[in-house]
Design a protein. Structure first.
Length: 355
């Protein structure tokens, strides 16, 4: 079996971060989302992975490389335009050949793993097997309607009156039968080749199409709120490990990871929290569910339930919560009197300040 990971999307809901970096490289618990995805795939014994990339290919390759550091072998497949998930399957056909494969959206987090579902597919080997998860409002998703044996009877994309609460969550298992389906369908109303249409084509032909319900934690990291929530979930499973320098005036409570090369002085860190290598924290308070990237500087800062990306600095600013601070960003006090606030922000940025 091979794998196809889709990492070419533009990530408009993650602006302004997606202006300068692929959304799949946003860190969760100080590890890019894409790295979590690749590790999940490796855990089911699949090591040949094709990664669909767009105009941010160079950045993804710089971080992930050839995959050897993660124990996988990556082939990058360039996509010139976003023409739909089924179009990605057609584009990857030379790589996929006639092998079974798992297709995985590169911004989906399923940290509890997909091993049982992969085993189901290997044992039954239906033409296609979709992974579904119960959601409160299915109208924003592709929805699977099933028979009493878990067979898919119909797939509906974003139905206004859903007949099921089982949403497709971005992981699909296919035999080579899907290539015939992809070749047979036409672009949808939005001009894309939809993978739901290809699977529905298989259903209509009478092929065996199954659904497996994912029982674990799932999050589509398409919005900042989702990234922060996923970061919280992953940090809950943290175990303490202090390899960096922590002076006697500092206090660590709960599970805290201080990587080698990090330095903490005169500060309090309430876990779960992770501090990456090269970061210096002085006279600061780091609250729970916070990830601080590498080579950051925090001085006189107070921050919790947040993500700070590499090379950022926060100086003499307190009360930060639910924040994502970008790479090499600088957050500091205003030189203007304290009755004014000065902001320098980019397009599509959201700033929330006390009234």
């Amino acid at each position: 079996m091979k794998a196809l990971v889709l990492s070419g999307g533009s990530g408009t809901r993650l602006r302004p971060f997606s202006y300068s970096m692929p959304k799949q490289l946003i860190p969760v618990a100080n590890k890019p989302v894409l790295e979590h995805v690749l590790e999940n795939i490796r855990s089911i014994g699949v090591t040949e992975i094709g990664v669909i990339v767009g105009d941010r290919a160079a950045q993804i390759e710089a971080v992930i490389g050839d995959g050897s550091a993660l124990g996988v072998d990556i082939t990058y497949i360039r996509q010139e335009s976003p023409d739909g998930l089924a179009a990605c399957v057609a584009l990857a056909r030379p790589f996929l050949g006639d092998d079974d494969f798992v297709m995985y959206l590169g911004d989906n987090m399923l940290p509890d793993g997909i091993q049982p579902i992969a085993q189901e597919f290997a044992a039954r080997r239906p033409a296609a097997q979709v992974v579904v998860h119960k959601v409160e409002d299915p109208r924003s998703f592709g929805v699977a309607e099933l028979d009493e044996n878990g067979g898919v009877t119909r797939l509906v994309e974003k139905p206004q009156q859903p007949r099921s609460d089982l949403a497709l969550i971005g992981v699909y298992f296919f035999t080579p039968a899907v290539h015939e389906a992809v070749a047979a369908i036409e672009p949808s109303a939005r001009g894309e080749l939809e993978i739901t249409d290809a699977i529905q084509w298989l259903v209509a032909r009478g092929d065996d199409v199954k659904a497996s319900e994912y029982q674990g934690y799932w999050k589509d990291t398409g919005r900042i709120e989702d990234v922060l929530e996923c970061n919280r979930y992953l940090l809950e499973g943290l175990s303490s490990e202090v390899l960096g320098e922590v002076d006697g005036a500092s206090v660590l409570t709960g599970p805290v990871v201080i990587e080698a090369g990090a330095r903490v002085t005169g500060s309090r860190i309430d876990g779960p929290a992770v501090i990456a290598a090269g970061t210096v924290i002085e006279d600061s308070h780091i609250g729970p569910h916070t990830s601080i990237g590498g080579d950051c500087t925090l001085s006189g800062a107070q921050i919790g339930y947040s993500i700070v990306l590499g090379d950022a600095s926060i100086t003499q600013v307190r009360g930060l919560h639910g924040s994502v601070i970008g790479r090499a960003a600088s957050v500091g006090p205003s030189s203007i009197d304290d009755t004014h606030r000065r902001l320098v922000i980019g397009d599509h940025t959201r700033v929330e300040v006390a009234a």
